[in-house]
Design a protein. Structure first.
Length: 66
């Protein structure tokens, strides 16, 4: 019998249980893990989405989101 696929909500719940909380050394607040999507262009001008998981706090929020 094949293994049952986990739902997206189950994957998020598992990730939330296994994450370690990090504090920012500059502002002292907790860093939040977010997914950042950006357009990545190649030499010919075509683009593809780039997905990165970053840790966000008050110190780097303006640098990342603009």
């Amino acid at each position: 019998m094949p293994k049952k696929e986990r739902t997206f909500a189950a994957k998020l719940a598992h990730e939330a249980r296994t994450l370690h909380k990090d504090d920012c050394p500059v502002c002292g607040k907790e860093k939040v893990s977010v997914v950042l999507y950006a357009a990545r262009y190649n030499d010919t001008g075509h683009w593809r989405p780039q997905r990165r998981r970053i840790k966000l706090c008050d110190c780097n929020r303006e640098k990342i989101y603009g």
